[in-house]
Design a protein around this ligand. Structure first.
Ligand SMILES: CC(C)(COP(=O)(O)OP(=O)(O)OC[C@H]1O[C@@H](n2cnc3c(N)ncnc32)[C@H](O)[C@@H]1OP(=O)(O)O)[C@@H](O)C(=O)NCCC(=O)NCCS
Length: 397
């Protein structure tokens, strides 16, 4: 292929890059009004361009923090805006962008990178692996009776999108982050509100008030046709605890002129159907991958989370960031590099998959992605990574 030069773009090049990205997704360019908001999501220094004589590919990232098992948060790059001109694909442009980006992350002390993938074949080769999975749910309102014993929850206050733009960032900060969730930097929010305003503008937000103030929210809109009852689409839903979860659902179920409530991209262990006397009032579908994780600094990432059971020696290979290649003794007391014989052999993508607890290592052993001596070692590895909650990101970027 022709030589590709990758460099960080200047601020005045962001819009061209954004237009290229949209075209790669078969969308038209942002209008001037949309761009006023969307320029804000582009973090200076983090928007990359690939050039031959002109811009042919782009990828960008935003600095954020990722919650890992045990409650620590690690420096993370949220990767998005990845696209290559359709007339320049399959000649290594993305590869050049990814290598440049990962090297830059490593140099800047980023611990992990996270992205959402349009296709499942793109990012594994760069060390990313599916770390969390999600499902969509449809709740039939006529069948959805809450079980006795479901918490009452608190008051719910309905606010407009304009108010939500001012208030939801603070409410989100009050939500404890479970493994896989990310902080939402100030430059994340304009993307959500640009999307809410792109529709026909009837989205609203419900804020839940607990005993210590606002502790959850649901952003939704109801689509109705021909005067019939409609479909409520829940766009963003977060809560601090079981009371806020139940209180928000009590409210959503009480909204008139709604037949069904569609809530997408939820964590696999969110107990929505368990709220109902008839658990089939909630139909779940579309199990799919959510966040793709890439450990950038393996040693720092291993040290940041908590582990259970007995230590194991993991032999990790990383063809892109070679410094990660090596053996690590990983256990509840400490994590250290070692020369000891390995108990398990895996590449950085497989390690990224099991890191948040979203897959048991035994599943990856069965799929030929982790090598272990025997079943007993696989079981010890399962115990090592086991977490209380299934990981879930819940923040699309
Ligand atoms: C996905 C995309 C960025 C890939 O860019 P690219 O420059 O063609 O990627 P590369 O040439 O560096 O590909 C590297 C390898 O991945 C493979 N690959 C990349 N994208 C692929 C895809 N969509 N389907 C199948 N294989 C793919 C290539 O065949 C190549 O394999 P090889 O090394 O065995 O030859 C580009 O196709 C694109 O812009 N797609 C539309 C927008 C999109 O989906 N963006 C991703 C947003 S998350």
């Amino acid at each position: 292929m022709t030589d590709v030069v990758v460099r960080a773009l200047r601020d005045d090049e962001f819009r061209t890059a954004h237009t290229l990205f949209r075209a790669a997704l078969h969308s038209g360019p942002a209008t001037d009004e949309q761009w006023e908001r969307l320029r804000e999501v582009h973090q200076p220094g983090r928007v990359l361009g690939a050039f031959d004589e002109r811009l042919i590919g782009t990828a960008r990232s935003t600095d954020a923090e990722l919650a890992v098992p045990g409650g620590a948060k690690v420096a993370t790059a949220a990767v998005t805006g990845v696209g290559v001109r359709a007339d320049r694909t399959r000649r290594g442009v993305l590869t050049a962008l990814m290598r440049h980006q990962l090297t830059d992350f490593a140099e800047r002390g980023v611990t992990a990178a996270v992205l959402y993938a349009t296709e499942g074949v793109i990012y594994g080769r760069f060390g990313y692996g599916v770390a969390s999975r999600i499902r969509d749910c449809v709740v039939r309102r006529s069948r959805a009776r809450l079980r006795p014993g479901v918490p009452e929850g608190g008051e719910v206050e309905l606010i407009t999108v304009d108010e939500a733009e001012r208030r939801l960032p603070d409410v989100y900060e009050r939500v404890p982050l479970r493994p896989g969730m990310m902080t939402r930097p100030a430059r994340w929010w304009p993307g959500l509100f640009a999307m809410l305003r792109r529709g026909d503008g009837h989205a609203v937000a419900a804020v839940h008030h607990g005993t210590d103030g606002p502790d959850g929210f649901a952003v939704y809109q109801v689509d109705r046709e021909g005067g019939k009852a409609g479909t409520m689409r829940v766009i963003d839903l977060h809560y601090a605890d079981a009371s806020a979860f139940a209180g928000l659902w009590r409210f959503l179920l009480s909204v008139d002129l709604v037949d069904e409530i569609v809530v997408r991209h939820r964590g696999l262990d969110e107990p929505l159907e368990l709220l109902f006397t008839d658990p089939r009032a909630c139909e779940s579908s579309q199990l799919t991958d959510e966040a793709w994780l890439r450990l950038v600094d393996v040693e720092a990432a291993l040290a940041a989370r908590t582990w259970r059971g007995e230590p194991l020696v993991l032999e990790v290979t990383d063809p892109v960031l070679e410094r990660n290649t090596g053996r690590y003794r990983v256990g509840p007391a400490r994590v250290e590099r070692t020369d000891a014989a390995p108990d398990a052999v895996l590449d950085v993508a497989a390690l990224s998959m099991v890191y948040l607890g979203g897959w048991s290592p035994s599943a990856l052993v069965a799929a030929g992605r982790i090598g272990v001596e025997d079943d007993a070692t696989a079981e010890r590895f399962d115990e090592l990574v086991r977490t209380r909650h299934a990981p879930w990101c819940g923040t699309f970027f």
